[in-house]
Ligand binder design. Sequence first.
Ligand SMILES: CC(C)(COP(=O)(O)OP(=O)(O)OC[C@H]1O[C@@H](n2cnc3c(N)ncnc32)[C@H](O)[C@@H]1OP(=O)(O)O)[C@@H](O)C(=O)NCCC(=O)NCCS
Length: 184
Amino acid sequence: MSPGLSFGSGPAQTRGAVSLRRWHVDDDAAVLISGCGDPEVARWMPRMPHPYSDTDAASFMHVAETGWTEGTLAAFAVVGNGEVVGSVSFSVVDPNVPEVHGGYWALAEHRGKGFITAALLMVVDWALSELQVARYELRTDPANTASCAVARNAGFDEEGLIRCAYGRRDGELGELISWSRTMK
Ligand SMILES: CC(C)(COP(=O)(O)OP(=O)(O)OC[C@H]1O[C@@H](n2cnc3c(N)ncnc32)[C@H](O)[C@@H]1OP(=O)(O)O)[C@@H](O)C(=O)NCCC(=O)NCCS
């Protein structure tokens, strides 16, 4: 039995000026290196390799390809006004529920334009309605105001604070707010 979900042809492709597509091995290395290598991404996503190399980009695209086939990772390049502006993705953490955990980042020069919120709405709507995902969870550091705003604006409910939730790059343990959208 497959460990994951069946992603089929993916979500609706467009919402206003924003569209989603899968990452392309041949075209996207430079944008991944720039986006994932950004200091704010490194700060709030401490498991992201830093510095971020072309080997990291190639390895991510391989993982994304395998994850799509196995139905365990759905990773999308977010396209705004015709160029890649960031990333929205989720991993299946429990296929029996099914429950997924999501993440996102934006290229610094494209932040604050609503692209990530629009893309997240598309991905979550697809997951809850077409994939019958029961629970879509986000976790944000309370100090990451932009990420908290994205979660709130995309209709996620704030569930509470998880203590000692992750290891920060400075060696301290950080707290995370748990946010969810659920099928009921
Ligand atoms: C979080 C992130 C993806 C948001 O990207 P974005 O392009 O700014 O997202 P959007 O434009 O869709 O929405 C941003 C919202 O945050 C708000 N915001 C941005 N910076 C803010 C700040 N310093 N204080 C308060 N709100 C802020 C914006 O005003 C907007 O909300 P609004 O529409 O209600 O005004 C981007 O900041 C990023 O890449 N951060 C680093 C990586 C990261 O933190 N990822 C998430 C890990 S949980």
